[in-house]
Design a protein around this ligand. Structure first.
Ligand code: IDP
Ligand code: MG
Length: 145
């Protein structure tokens, strides 16, 4: 049983749609525990740094504008196989291609305003968690249910 941590973000469209609670409930139902949660309104510099890997993509400028358009929820999710599990719960980047029952299928507006971010591998998870959280801000606990 490999316990992992991954970075999850509920994007500005998720807050505007009023689905913070529904999204976190899905993570909990699938055994992904939030061990850190914080609201933030990202600066342009923070969003550009976070998405630096996409700097050369044609959608980069619009993505940064979107991600700074309102507050987001930053979370660290912990659980078995958390990185891939989170990606599965999120669904495909473009909600038109997302499987039924995924967050993006149920809540996303389009390929840009797709409600959630999730780290895509162990290295990015480590780097993305460190981008927003100090180790002392992570608070693991066990389910007893
Ligand atoms: P991911 O979030 O599923 O990992 P990435 O390819 O890493 O997808 O893209 C990062 C984010 O950039 C997406 O979640 C989405 O908000 C935005 N994005 C990706 N592709 C497009 C596109 O073709 N048009 C507009 N925005 C895009
Ligand atoms: Mg990605």
């Amino acid at each position: 049983m490999v316990q992992e941590r991954t970075l999850s973000i509920i994007k500005p469209d998720g807050l505007e749609k009023g689905v913070i609670g529904k999204i976190i409930a899905r993570f909990e139902e699938h055994g992904l525990k939030p061990v850190a949660i914080r609201l933030a309104h990202l600066s342009t510099r923070e969003a550009e740094g976070f998405y630096a890997v996409h700097k050369a993509r044609p959608f980069f400028k619009d993505l940064v504008t979107f991600m700074t358009s309102g507050p987001v929820v930053l979370m660290v999710l912990e659980g078995e196989n958390a990185i891939q599990r989170n990606r599965d719960i999120m669904g495909a980047t473009n909600p038109a291609n997302a499987a039924p029952g995924t967050i993006r299928k149920d809540f996303a507006t389009d390929v840009e305003k797709n409600t959630v971010h999730g780290s895509d591998g162990p290295d990015t998870a480590k780097a993305e968690i460190a981008y927003f959280f100090r180790e002392t801000e992570l608070h693991p606990y066990a389910y007893r249910r």
